[in-house]
Design a protein around this ligand. Sequence first.
Ligand SMILES: [Zn+2]
Length: 135
Amino acid sequence: MGRCLTADRLARRGLDHPECCPFCDQHDEDFNHILVQCVIAWEVWFNVLRRVGLQHLSPDRHDKLTAWRRRSLQQVQREKRKGLNTLIIFWSLWKHRNRCVFDKAQPSPAFILRDIAEQASLWKMAGAAKLQLLG
Ligand SMILES: [Zn+2]
C-alpha cells in the first residue's frame, strides 16, 4: 500500500531516517529495495521459492515489487498461488528491517527464514492450509 515508513518516506517528511539500507548498507532504502531488490531480500525470496521448485521466479535487483509479484503469481499453478500470495514474507522482512534499525540487530536471512517458518506454522495451526509451501 506504500505506507511503510522507509528512509525515503521519512526523509520527505523531514524525519530521522537511516542513511542506507539497514540490510546491505549499500543502497538508499525504499519500499522496493527493502522488500525485493536488496541482496538480503533476494536471498530470502530465493530460499522460500526454492523449497517449492520456483526459484526461477526470484526477483532481480531491478524488479519493482508490484510488477514482480504480479508477474510471478501469473506463472504459478493455481494451487501454489495462494500459498505464495501471502504477506508473511513481506512482514518478516519488514520486522527484521525494524530490528536492524531500532535494536541494532545484524541482518540475517537465516533469522528471517526461521521467522517465516514460525509464522507460517502458526497460520497453518489457525487453519491457513495453503501455507504448507512456506515451511
Ligand atoms: Zn539493501
